[in-house]
Design a protein around this ligand. Structure first.
Ligand code: SF4
Ligand code: SF4
Length: 435
């Protein structure tokens, strides 16, 4: 076996403590022929278009610390897409992956228009088939441009659609607006109505909802469920210790919001998958979770920008300018080089990458310290609990309580509630230690 050639030392990894980007975020070289250094990626987030037709005020691409989008091409050029497809096929073949997931992303991917989407989908399906693999293709969109003609293209290449929707009209139009201030609820409702037509049924992948404390959680949950999506995911607005979430975290308001939304879903008999809640349930049951937001498993996805550079997960755009950059790209590096860097960054799948408070936390295997970006700041790099620590503690404690209640076959009594309250305080109290 050839020697591993990587000159990145985990202890020397950049911490992005200052507001400015490190000059060379990942100066390492990974040996492209050594496939042992990292788990392969099975998800590829492809930024097919780098701009957006909306101006959501919480947007992590345009409104956070990272400004890399300004210097990148608006659209992924055909030659970059071709090279990327070759890299994905090479990665899939080398690791004998039978099926991968490719998410066409942005900005707003539908701004690319039907032709580049069609070309990408046809090429990747064809070339993966040549190595005995298949792809689940998804376009993650704000829904505004989704019309019958585009849906026909998506249907032709079996591309599913994920839409962003924050709840009812008031909830959606509070943040998800055009540059001139007009809301988008009517546009998404129209897109969802098209997806309800018999010929498009089954094409909706799910709804992505960013939590806003101004929205009532049960009503939000009900508004999302009314569209009968196969899956819902709740996202917390991105923030760090230095740049906290918009409503602040304090004593765990997002945790209580999520717990109330969980109750609505749980009491309705879990009618659809809710990625975050299902992940917490699965983690409590000893599973791997399946959400980047909780648990200790490293992300299985890599992001590829319009210029062909490999990037870390988008949420790190909340941390600093350049925080997602790897210094790697489709022209010079196989995807194994990016997975090797991820392995160095999260060497044992998560626990060792956490701060001492998290490592000794009673719910760490379920919470996992939350998203990495949310742990950043206070001059300590990522060596903090999550800025959402109390919120996560409340959510995972609440889910555990509801599971126990179901298993015991009885409703919670006041005594049970008090016990859970105490258990929560043990966790939340720990998080108070670093105030
Ligand atoms: S639709 Fe997405 S990419 Fe566009 S502004 Fe809103 S959050 Fe940002
Ligand atoms: S609840 Fe707080 S201390 Fe515990 S693992 Fe999560 S972020 Fe860390």
């Amino acid at each position: 076996m050839r020697m591993r050639v990587i000159d990145v030392v985990p202890g020397q990894a950049p911490t992005f403590d200052s507001a400015t980007a490190p000059v060379e975020p990942w100066p390492g070289r990974a040996d492209p022929d050594d496939a042992s250094v990292g788990r392969p990626f099975d998800q590829f987030v492809v930024k097919i278009h780098g701009r957006c037709n909306l101006a959501c005020d919480y947007c992590y691409v345009y409104e956070m610390r990272d400004s890399g989008w300004r210097d990148r091409p608006r659209v992924m050029a055909a030659e970059v897409a071709d090279r990327l497809i070759a890299r994905i096929v090479e990665h899939v073949d080398r690791h004998r992956l039978g099926r991968v997931r490719v998410i066409l992303h942005g900005g707003e991917p539908l701004l690319a228009g039907p032709e580049p989407i069609e070309r990408f989908a046809a090429a990747i399906r064809h070339r993966l088939a040549a190595v005995g693999a298949t792809a689940q293709l998804v376009v993650q969109s704000n829904g505004v441009l989704l019309d019958a003609a585009l849906l026909d293209v998506l249907a032709r290449y079996d591309i599913r659609v994920g839409l962003s929707l924050d709840g009812d009209r008031v909830a959606q139009d509070r943040h998800r607006r055009r540059a001139d201030g007009r809301g988008t609820h009517a546009d998404v409702a129209r897109a969802l109505a098209l997806l309800e037509l018999p010929r498009h049924r089954g094409r909706l992948e799910g709804l992505l909802c960013t939590v806003d404390l101004a929205n009532e959680p049960r009503a939000t949950c009900a508004a999302l469920l009314a569209h009968r999506p196969p899956m819902i995911d709740f996202l917390l607005p991105h923030g760090t210790w230095d740049h906290p979430p918009p409503s602040g975290c304090g004593d765990g308001p997002y945790g209580r919001w999520l717990a109330a939304a969980f109750d609505h879903w749980w009491d309705a008999g879990r009618p659809v998958r809710v990625r975050l809640f299902d992940a917490v349930l699965d983690l409590w049951a000893g599973g791997a979770g399946g959400s980047e937001a909780v648990g200790l498993a490293a992300a299985d996805a890599v992001v590829i920008e319009t210029d062909g550079t490999y990037q870390r997960t988008d949420s790190l755009r909340a941390v600093a300018d350049g925080a997602t950059a790897t210094g790697l790209d489709v022209w010079r590096h196989p995807l194994d080089a990016a997975s090797a860097l991820r392995a160095l960054e999260q060497p044992t799948g998560g626990l060792d990458a956490l701060c001492g408070i998290c490592r000794s936390c009673p719910v760490v295997r379920v919470c996992g310290g939350g998203l990495r970006a949310h742990r950043h700041g206070r001059g300590k790099g990522f060596d903090n609990p999550s800025v959402y620590c109390r919120d996560l503690a409340i959510l995972v404690g609440h889910v555990r309580f509801r599971m126990a209640e179901r298993l015991s076959g009885r409703r919670a009594s006041a005594v049970d509630g008090a016990r859970v309250g105490e258990a929560r305080e043990v966790v939340v109290g720990r998080s108070a230690a670093f105030d």
